[in-house]
Design a protein. Sequence first.
Length: 351
Amino acid sequence: MPSAVPKPAAQPTNQAERKAFYKKIEKASVAPLWEVLHDLITRAPKTPCVPAIFRWRELLPWVLESGKLITAKEAERRVLVLENPGLRGQARITHSLYAGLQLILPGEVARAHRHSQTALRFVLSGSGAFTAVEGERVTMHPGDFIITPSWTWHDHGNPGDEPVIWLDGLDIPIVELLDAQFMEPMHAESQVTSRTEGQSLARYGANMLPLDYRPSRKTSPLAWYPYERTREALAGIAKAEEPHPAHAHKLQYVNPATGGYPMPTIATFMQLMPQGFSGKSYRSTDSTVFAVVEGKGRVCFGDETLHFEPRDVFVMPSWTAYSLHADRECVLFSFSDRPVQVALDLWREEA
Ligand code: GTQ
């Protein structure tokens, strides 16, 4: 018979002795886990990211004012960064993603460069500016979703006659976490266009692929997802189907060659909520950034309510239960780090 394991004698806590021990090992950059364990391995997500809204009405005058203070040439990118109030000074809207409002005035050029970070553009206001990626220009219209893949040359220009403002979403904090960032300015201000506008949409945006198509990267070969098509799809679904209890009519954008996420680090969505829709409570582990395209509505969490209007941007942090309500028919664009979480077996949701 094995003898019972003797219980360790109760130790009188010796705080002073422990403190002295911590001090001694600290000099060698060593620390006791037990002092921090419960802050490191928490029972549920513990994010510094807080729910927040950036109102277009308030931000537009500042965006235009920035246009008087600095040129796109001087700034390289004239952007007002949308910082999460819980993450001030860190240039991020969620713990893992960056967002900003970029302004390009008529006649301006934002010079060509490339970087490891992947970018999305979601056009909020104005038409006639373009972004060029890999030799192809995309002329921007409100509601268009456009991709700049990692390490591809890109420049923006505005040959039109009105200011154009879009929401930038980048995976800057993810790339920073991994210390994998590179950046290179182009020797020329703008890249030479080698393809016809609309070529990538014709090749990849018609449920078909070129015969010899071989994926060259994890990012979608389709750079431009025009709002017109997205809107038409949502209208068709809304006419034919019952709304989902939490999301109403929500679609995810895909890489048409794989059916997977359009970017390896960022998922994007568009949803339509019929007038009067009152969504059930929902939460997921991917902190999500929403941009309002059409309509008026509310997002509720805890006992708080945020009212939103077109071009407002709001954030719902990881694992925060929220519900969406449409006072008028609403269309919402959104993006999150879901592809990263899914790839790592981390993503969870709860309705
Ligand atoms: O347009 O390339 O908002 O490099 C931040 C960094 C936009 C861009 C941003 C960038 C860009």
